[in-house]
Design a protein around this ligand. Structure first.
Ligand SMILES: [Zn+2]
Ligand SMILES: [Zn+2]
Length: 360
């Protein structure tokens, strides 16, 4: 049986192995094991769900037997978590019991690891209020909340050993850049000309966005700013490896695609808001027919775009007089005057590359 490990090398000789994992029944992804000089680092650890830990073990076993690497738990110096989502850190308890490696995360995601139950309770309450304000009717809300809580009880708090911030955003040969948006403490990790992008940039999917009202330091505004940040270092990156999906060869091009997708989606939301609309109504128009957990993702994604637009004055609240801020109620948004500046303002921040001269 082949485990499907992929091997890459950086321009300065780091050996990088991609270990495929089934994170959840409908979600696959990767842990990466990196050998550079005498340092061994594991980047993300999988979900810990189902066979995920066994797949991680099988991957390390193959590195020892087929590649001759010192891939034992006691050989690992660092476990670097890209962000505080359970499909990337859920296996930490299993890993902690087997290695003395130091576990690191960005300080804005530290509470998710160290105080998981508290974070879960806070987010659960915010999500309930958000779904009411988004105009999701009560029976559907309950169904969504049950789905949301389903896999969340698998993990229990486990404090990391250090934060990237306290290390000056550098761990041995690894350069860490904070890229909030998809998650408050999301980072990308650079070694030589290779970038580990977690869920900040993926090859096919545009990474999921949720409104900042659910979790501070997320939100589309932060996310787009973080894309600009990575664009500035993209010239030095030959290969980008995300936490899911295939390797990315053209990082700058992929960033531009994601930016264009969000501008397009923002324009669609404005178009739909010619009439007063709730987030749930806009979501149904943008993502017709989605069900179950994907419906929650669609509503959050829409909420992130509506929040971006209303923060910047492109949308107004149509039913402000009927809102009682003591208890959440559905909010209807309407396009404001002057919404045409969106494209200009967006493209000023995210310029398209200079057009190639004609004839080339
Ligand atoms: Zn994620
Ligand atoms: Zn993920």
């Amino acid at each position: 049986m082949t485990s499907g490990i992929e091997f890459f090398q950086s321009n300065a000789g780091a050996r990088i192995y991609r270990i495929p994992l089934e994170l959840f029944p409908i979600l696959s992804g990767y842990a990466h094991l990196v050998f550079i000089d005498d340092i061994v680092a594991l980047i993300d650890v999988g979900s810990g769900f189902g066979d995920c830990n066994a797949q991680l073990e099988a991957g390390m076993d193959e590195l020892r037997t087929s590649y001759g690497e010192r891939a034992n738990w006691e050989d690992i110096h660092y476990v670097l978590i890209t962000h505080g989502h359970v499909d990337h850190f859920g296996g930490l308890r299993y890993v902690r019991e087997r290695t003395q490696a130091e576990i690191g995360i960005h300080e804005l995601d530290l509470p998710v690891l160290a105080n998981y139950e508290e974070r879960l309770k806070i987010v659960e309450n915010r999500l309930r209020a958000f779904l009411v304000e988004a105009g999701v009717e009560s029976q559907k809300r309950e169904g969504i909340m049950i789905l949301y809580m389903l896999n969340k009880q698998l993990y229990s708090s486990l404090p990391p050993d250090f934060t990237y911030d306290a290390e000056g955003m550098r761990v041995g040969p690894f350069l860490i850049t904070h890229v909030p948006g998809h998650c408050p403490g999301h980072v990308v990790i650079q070694v030589n000309d290779v970038l580990f992008s977690g869920d900040h940039i993926l090859k096919k999917t545009s990474p999921h966005q949720a409104p900042e009202s659910l979790s501070l330091y997320t939100g589309l505004g932060h996310y787009l700013e973080s894309l600009r940040h990575v664009r500035r270092i993209a010239g030095g990156i030959r290969l980008t490896l995300g936490g899911h999906e295939g390797p990315i060869d053209d990082l700058e091009g992929r960033i531009q695609e994601i930016e264009a997708l969000h501008l397009d989606r923002l324009e669609q939301v404005l178009e739909l808001s010619n009439e007063p609309m709730t987030i749930a109504q806009i979501s149904q128009a943008l993502f017709p027919g989605v069900e179950g957990y994907h419906e929650l993702l669609a509503i959050e994604e829409t909420g992130a775009h509506v929040e971006y637009l209303s923060q910047r004055g492109y949308l107004n609240i149509d039913n402000i007089d009927g809102l009682d801020f003591e208890s959440p109620a559905p909010i209807r948004y309407i396009r404001s005057m002057g919404a045409d500046r969106l494209k200009v303002a967006f493209n000023n921040k995210h310029p398209e590359p200079a057009a190639a001269p004609e004839g080339i």
